[in-house]
Ligand binder design. Sequence first.
Ligand SMILES: [Zn+2]
Length: 316
Amino acid sequence: MRIPVRKSKRLALPFGPPVISVDVEDWPQSSWDHSLPITERAASNTRRVLALLSEAGVHATMFVLGKFAEKFPAVVREIHAQGHEVASHGYGHVEIFRQSQEEFTKDIRRSKEILEQIIGARVRGYRAPDFSVVRETLWALRILSEAGFDYDSSIFPIRHARYGIPDWPVSPVRLDLGNGNTITECPIATFHWIGKNWPVGGGGYHRLLPGSVSRHLASRVMESNPFVFYCHPYEFDPLELKESAFRIPLSVRLHQSLGRRWFKARFKSFLHRFGGCRMRDLIDAFDWPQFHLDSQRGHSLVRNPQQKELAAKIII
Ligand SMILES: [Zn+2]
């Protein structure tokens, strides 16, 4: 997607530095058993990420899980005090497609209240557990807007077994939800190659691809699109699964540990090369193209006719 916008003066990139986003959660609770308590490790790993960001002079957006914030409010205050954006990752890390609309409403409102009480400021952004805003759960955007969220960053425009909307716009779009509200959707970075979008925004993909390759792909994306990078504090902890007290099968341990040993070095190189910014900085810097999310027609995206000229220049 290409949008005619002003150029960033700081970097020779049309949309400025990449958005650095961190989903603040605990691996055993988020990925293994949602009923588990959050461990101390989640707090120390988050502080590791804060130290690396501070060393690089980069401000990031931290999507904090409500359950984490309840246990470690001091860490959330540190995140806020250091100039990072505190956003919501929901309360209990249950994927949206496993929740009713009522349960989802409760989960996001609870997480927003907890975070706002801790930092004393408004929380504007949300990211769903496991990118679970998919075609069948696009109703979540209306509920998010009604709960007072300005933006969402839960859609991965790729084809994947569990998540993703492969034909979703790869740059932020402002959505008119038909309920009098709008919300800006800010997708995770993808690289378009041989007719498909490939995930290059971070997480497992970033851990497994050689560092030079992922940095090269990222710079190619940044030539014409914004870049949203994401990671988790546990990815900086190579010993977690080895030392875990939970009974986790060896295959899961090996798969989940892969790439954690060199993740810190790779993250530092990425920040050194590109810098980084908060998601709210990107969202507020540009007039994103507007679409209408038509819930009558299976939540299809309809371009706003008043923006014909701008929309005609967009390549999705
Ligand atoms: Zn998560």
